[in-house]
Structure formats: structure tokens, C-alpha cells
Design a protein around this ligand. Sequence first.
Ligand code: GAL
Length: 836
Amino acid sequence: MRFFLSLLAVILCCNSAPAQSPFTRLGNAGTASFDEGWLFKRYGLQPDGSRLEEPSQAASATFNDQDWQRLSLPHDWAITGPFRIDLAGETGKLPWKGIGWYRKHFNIPAADAGKMIFVDFDGAMAYAEIWLNGQYVGTWPYGYTSFRMDLTPYIRLGKENVLAVKLNTEKWDSRWYPGAGIYRHVWLVKTGKVQVAHWGTYITTPKVTTQAAAVKMAVTVANETGKPVTAVLQTDVYEAGTGNTFKKKVATVENKPVDLAAGNNNIDVAVTIRNPRIWRIETPSRYFAVTTVLVNGRKADTYYSTFGIRTLEFTARNGFLLNGKRVAIQGVCNHHDLGALGAAMNTSALKRQLALLKEMGANAIRTSHNPPAPELLALADEMGFLVWDEAFDAWKHGKKKNDYNKLYDEWHEKDLVALVHRDRNHPSVVIWSIGNEVMDQRDVAMTKELAGIMRREDPTRPVSNGYNDPDGGRSSGAVQGLDLMGVNYFFGQQPKWDADPRYANMPTMGSETSSCVSSRGEYFFGTNRRNWQISSYDLDHPGWGCKPDEQFRTNAKFPHLLGEFVWTGFDYLGEPTPYGSDETNLLNFRNDPSKRAELEKALDELQKNKPPSRSSYFGIIDLAGFPKDRFYLYQSHWRPDHPMAHILPHWNWQERIDSIVPVHVYTSGDEAELFLNGKSLGRKKKQAGKDFRLVWDAVQYQPGELKVVAYKNGKYWATDVVKTTGDAAKLSLNSNVTKIIGDELAFITVRVEDQNNRMVPRSHPKIRFRVEGPGELVATDNGDATSFESFQSPEKSAYNGMALVIVKAKKGAKGLVRIKAEADGLTMGLTTVSVD
Ligand code: GAL
């Protein structure tokens, strides 16, 4: 039975007294981390390809798990590899297929009698099955969905309990590295019998002016007492501080007592916020709502929700309006892995990624092609990113034998509802996406059904789908089932569809663009590809893609489009196009037999040559998090007011003296002059809307100094210099943070330098790392897509002058961590990070 209460919307107070202490995570207050103290054993396929059969009793409470590996979550069992040349490049050449069992022994005190006990998984890859004390609790197969399991009926109070989780990635197929294991956080949640249900608040802001915002909260209260009770709901709204901290309280509302039937009850709450702080990309102000459920005057549950006050408008003619102002979507697609960390979630690693993207001028992320970790949305809310929140890469007809097609019939509605319920209060989420290049993209009924589920659960955001067959989708009418059209790559037909009355009013954007490929620090002359690497002049892309410049031109030609999501912001594990031996990209040419034949031929050649490539070349930023040249191309276009200039290539070409070395310059200026050893090589000007880089393609190489001076509107704007370096002499270390706390990581960039502190571009010395004091080495990387060196190894070859070491704090320790890097013939590098 449902109750809709007219409420007593009294603003009781608006004080500025310090509010609450920070909460652990959004949701019920009785939530604690459940990441520590797990036992793990891998069965099924082993890293070397052999098999270890599962024991029959691994779910039982009495099973002997003493020799299992002890670990903390999040955990990705496959990132330790080893890389294997015989495994598919598209999933990272890592042995991720297998069966993983996790067990956790824990106590619930007798004092918790009468409470509800839940376990919340943010994501488990894949086909999770859960038992408590040998009794089957439930399953959630799609590895990217967050889900809750109710342990209450099986809990033993005051005694030991054993939670067992079985995961099976042998049943899953993927077009990229999916990771394996309980790769996101897990939480134990205790609530009263009357509680705010899981993801039980839905907050919208139906009316926003600068004077006041009307905030509507639909709260689902679960009454598990089995009988009617009377409850009072109190709602406090605070301005959010950083992370999960509170600033001042801005509103308090107490609803009239309400009779709750057994089961779920819906209660509406209305709050007015005066002089609201608007959520903008530049000033992303957030609010937290604290919902308290009182039964007989006693607190039964407290629940934390986030929201932002902003308006969205998606138009066919004037693009996207945020708070009434046009914003061009300057987005990137990203997969979920975190490079050397694999799929194992770490907030500080994600934050580092987002900070780099901000620096580049990106304002949006597409969570390709699956629901993200909840932390991504919290960070996007706080740092000011728009999010295209995506559900699936396949529907009923898959791209791979065992992809989502196996789950579609039974699970699509449950997975979509979970996505919307978890994510709909986040101000960063502005677009829902029901899919990416799905085989069923022409299917009208399926499109309508999926879009209908999304709208039923949240009508405040448009529903989209990423098309690689946009003409097919439009002519079949499937696109009419959407609110927003996502076009991957194929923009050629835009004018035709603008003229079609069915689509003239359909807001449209580039849901995937460019797919430019490059390797950091590699420059080839007369060819783009060599030794499984790709030249960093940023001119190469697969047949369906285009140079970034070409996409900028397209965007300028169709200014009514909403913007673009570049494929991709970061390199990711798997899909090493053009050196991938996978076939799924042939799908892009399902309607073009000659292109398909061309790709099939290339694929045959590749398969013969066994490419060692195991991660992508698409990233604007490499797998280690080091910007490639392209970073500056996007920055020059996306941050036009940020004075910058960037020269490529490096200037160490001893073997090319007097030969031509083309020089490209990316600048936010409109004109630039290039100098070699003080001599002008001419001044060049961009044609607005046409040129996005300046090119001097007849520079005769001489060692020394190459300098560019950029101008804007005739005035000095920015400069950049590259110099021929001396021999490698030393290692220099630079950490992205000076201190770490809890599970935070320090990312330390290592540069091979000459005596004058210049990075030596073509150097690849083997570096040995040592971490001393209260820290531990987590991983090393260098951004080389062909490296088979283990990510956990304390040794790593520099790749084009750079390497990365990732360090964490030892549990419970404090003090100064010393990170040392040594290589033969070079002066040692050292840096410190403090542990708080
Ligand atoms: C797209 C696809 C992406 C990725 C990309 C590579 O067609 O949606 O997932 O495969 O191609 O260019």
C-alpha cells in the first residue's frame, strides 16, 4: 500500500552551526566498509591455462579455507597476469578467465538483534553467487551493476558467520579487459526494521530560479516489521563540503506522522532552498540531504543522499544548455580499468585521471560501455563533469558469444533499474544511454522498451543510444524511440536527417569520435606504423575514425550538434587497434562489404604475425597516465583562453642531420613563428574553423633549440621550446601528491634526464625501484602498449624517457615513505611521500 502525504513543509531552521561528521558513503548511515579480511582462491582456468577443479563445498560454513590467500578488496585477480602472447589482445593478453571464490568470516554482535543486515556490492565480475553460512542468498550476473543482498534471514547473532562469493568469468565474453573478481568496494549495512530502502531517495529540482529552488524528494521507506507503524520523516539539507563532509545546514523539514503499512511506502518531501548554489561545471556546488526516520520518537534509520541544483535542456537547434547557457560537450569515452591497477577500483587513481582530463579542458565523460563505479559519479559531481551514463554494449543479439545477450531476457530491466536508482540523484549525470553499437540498434520495439524503462524511473534526463549504423537506426524508426541521438563516427549524413521531419527536432551528438591512435614519444617519417607502435604526429586512425582536427571541422560544420565524446581519454587494457587480432570492429562496416574485406585481410596478416600489443593506442593519455601530444591538441581547442603552445616532435635526431623532420605546433593562439637555433622558419596562421594545428613540414634537422612563439589577435600569447638533450645522466622522481592517507595512492613520475634536467626522449633504461618506510609498491608502468613486464614488478624499463611507480601506505603505519629509483650508469632518483 502506498501513502502520499501532504507534508508540513516548515523550514525550521537555517543555522550555520557545524553540522554532521562526514558519512561513510551515500545511503543508510549504518554502513561500514566490508573490504578487509577476505580469503580468496582461484579455481577453473589458472594463469598458465591449466585447470583446477572447484571443491564441492566451498560455500559451506565449515569448509577449510586456511590455505586461501588473504587479501583486501577491491581485488582484480587477473592483473597479476602474466601477459601471454597466446591470449587475445582485445582483452589485454591477461588470463582473466577463471572461477574465483571469496570467503569472509565475520561476527555480528548479539546487540544487533532486531536489525536488518545487508551486504552491498558495488560490482563483482562476473556471475556473482552469494551464500551465507552455506545458505544460498542470491545472484547478480552482470559484473558492472551494483547490487544489495539481504543477509538478515541467514545471520547468526553473536557467532561467526561465513559469507562465500563465487564469481565466474569463464561464462563472460568481452571486447575489452573486464577485470575479474570483487573489483569494487563492498559494504555491510545495518538498519532498523523501518528504514529508507536501498537507493530509496529520488531527488529532483522541478523549479529553479536564482532566488529559490524547489526540491522534491520521493522517499521509499521499507517497513519490515510485518505490521503497520507510525513514523515521522525528518529531512535536513546541507551544503556539501569536499568528499562526504558537510558545510552549513540550509533547510530542515519535518513531515507529519505517517502510517506505514508493512512493506514499501512512498513519502513525498518538498524542500525550498533559498538563494541556491547552482551546480555548474566551473563551480559544482552539491547538497546533501539527510533523511531521518523516527518511530515512536526514536531514530530507526538515517540516510544520506546527494543532489545538485541545475537545469538541463537538450535542443536540436541550439545544442545543450546547462542552467540556460550553451555548453559544448567536450567529452571523452573511458573504459573502467585504471591501467596498471587493472579493474580494481581506487578513488585516488580515478581522481588523478579526472584531474588530468580537467587540465586538458574535458567537461564530460562517457562511461563506455557499462555502469561505472559509484565513485566516478561522486567525483564527477564534485569536480564538475557531465556524465553520459551507459548501460550496455549488447542487447539480445550479442557481439560475442557470451556477452550480455545471454542475460538480456532475464536481466535487462533489473540492470537498468539498478543503474537509474543508484545514479539518478547525481547532478553530473545528464544523459542515460541504453547501449553502444548494439546489433539490435534498428529494433524499434526493443529501443522503445528500454528507453521506456529509463523514462519510467527518471523522466528528467534524455535517453540515448550510441549508433554505428545511424542511417539504419533512423530509417527503421528505432531512433524515434529515443530523446537524443548518439552517432559514433558517421556524420556524413547529418544534413539529410536534419531535413527529415522525423528527426529535425532530435538533439544529436557525437557519442564516439576520432579514434585517433598514437604511442607516446614515437615519431616516424614516411609511415605511421612501425614495431607495433604508432607515430605521435596524430594523423593515424582506423577506417571508421578520423583525425581530431577532422572532427573539430565537422563540429564546426554542424554547430547545432551537442558536442563530442572522443574515443578515448585514457589508454585502456585490451583492444590494441590497429594491432588487435579481434574481429569486433568489423562490425562498423557491416554495410560496406569492400571495407570489410579490406579489414579482414589486414586481420589475417596480423594473426600470422602475433602482435605483442595488449593495450590500446586510442588514449589521449597513455596507460601510465602520461599525456601524449594529442593532449595539447585537445587543450588548444577546448581551452581557447588558456595561453599554451606545444611543439612536436622531440629534438634528438642525430641520425637525421640535414634531413627533413616535420614540426607540428598545437596552440590556443591563432598564429605562430618557429625558430631553429634562433633563425626564423616562418610565421604561420590558422584559418578559423579549418586549421587546428600549425605545420612546418620542411624543417631540416640540426641539433639545438627549436622554439615557437604563438600569437593571438596579433599579440604575444605563449611559447614552447624543445632542445636536443645530452646523454641520460640521472633519474628524477616527482609524486602527484605529497601525502597519502588510508587507501590513497601516490603516482610517481620518473624521468630519465640529462645533466641539465631535460628529459631524454629515446631512452629506455631498466629502472629498479625500492620503497622504504611506511609504504609499499603497488605497481609500475611505462605506457608502452607492447610491454610484457609485469605491472607488479619493482623493475620497469623506461618507455621514451618515462616510467611510473604507484605507492600505497602500509596499513596502520605513519611517517615518511622514501621511493628510490636506480638504473645502471645513472644517478639514483629519490622522492618522499608522507603517510598521515
Ligand atoms: C567503436 C566501439 C568502441 C571501440 C571503438 C574503437 O566502434 O564502440 O567500443 O571499439 O570503436 O575505435
